[in-house]
Design a protein around this ligand. Structure first.
Ligand code: TYD
Length: 233
């Protein structure tokens, strides 16, 4: 069995959402979940890092250490995979074994883009950890929301400006990480999509409804059996 394919022991469909910060993943996952429910499929939703008890503690630690600047890149990578291994064990595998549809906000591609490329740790190291710790579990479909890089950076700057004007704080990680980091993340995502065109479907810029319709079309085309009763798709 190839580590890049979902193992046959799981009956459910595993779908991940990926993209740089500010790409609108969270909104699009909610939209797809809503649509699946209307089609008679109740999905299991989770985010990484997070979602398990341990995962939420890892998430809080990561976000604190990041803002304090105290976390070493390799530690960050290790914690991302610790979180992932736990959510595979506690949530993803049991749900797939039960035949459920799982929608996951970020997975190993995020580690490849952020730690591998962004922090410069390299793709190979990330993929080796994936093989070692993720039980060969790869999504059947990854929806990659990849906006035009310059437009996204412009939007991020604008959001930062508004946030600073509104509450004096700089909540946006673009500025904390820097533009070069964001560009490396973006480029890594594009490379992953090129490397694995079967799994990764890239969805470009558009308003929320346009993107949601594109995502639905991909899911419907890939998994027609999930659409038990959807009308007017
Ligand atoms: P989050 O607030 O969930 O961001 P978003 O809403 O954009 O998904 O924070 C998750 C952050 O963690 C985000 O900056 C990406 C980062 N991350 C990694 O660096 N590596 C990983 O493996 C994962 C899963 C997330």
């Amino acid at each position: 069995m190839s580590a890049m394919n979902q193992a046959p022991r799981e009956q459910g469909v595993f779908i991940t959402f990926e993209g740089p910060d500010g790409s609108g993943k969270t909104t699009q996952i909610a939209r797809l979940a809503e649509w699946l429910r209307s089609a008679g499929t109740e999905p299991v939703l989770l985010r990484q890092p997070g979602s398990t008890g341990l995962g939420e503690r890892i998430r809080a630690t990561l976000l604190d250490s990041r803002s304090e600047g105290t976390i070493a890149p390799l530690t960050e990578l290790a914690l991302m995979f610790a979180d992932r291994a736990q959510s595979i064990h506690e949530i993803i595998l049991p749900a797939l074994t039960d035949g459920r549809t799982v929608l996951c906000d970020r997975y190993t591609d995020s580690s490849e883009a952020y730690q591998g490329a962004g922090r410069g740790l390299g793709t190979e190291r990330v993929l080796a950890l994936h093989r070692a710790l993720c039980d060969g579990l790869q999504p059947r479909l990854t929806v990659l929301l990849l906006p035009d890089v310059d437009a996204a950076l412009d939007r991020a700057r604008l959001r930062n400006l508004h946030a600073r004007e509104a509450n004096g704080s700089d909540e946006n990680r673009f500025e904390a990480e820097g533009e070069a980091f964001y560009r490396r993340v973006h480029q890594a995502y594009a490379a992953i999509a090129q490397r694995e065109p079967e799994r990764v479907h890239m969805v470009g810029d558009g308003d929320i409804e346009t993107v949601a319709a594109r995502v639905r079309a991909i899911v419907q085309q890939r998994f027609p059996a999930l659409m038990h009763s959807v009308a007017g798709v």
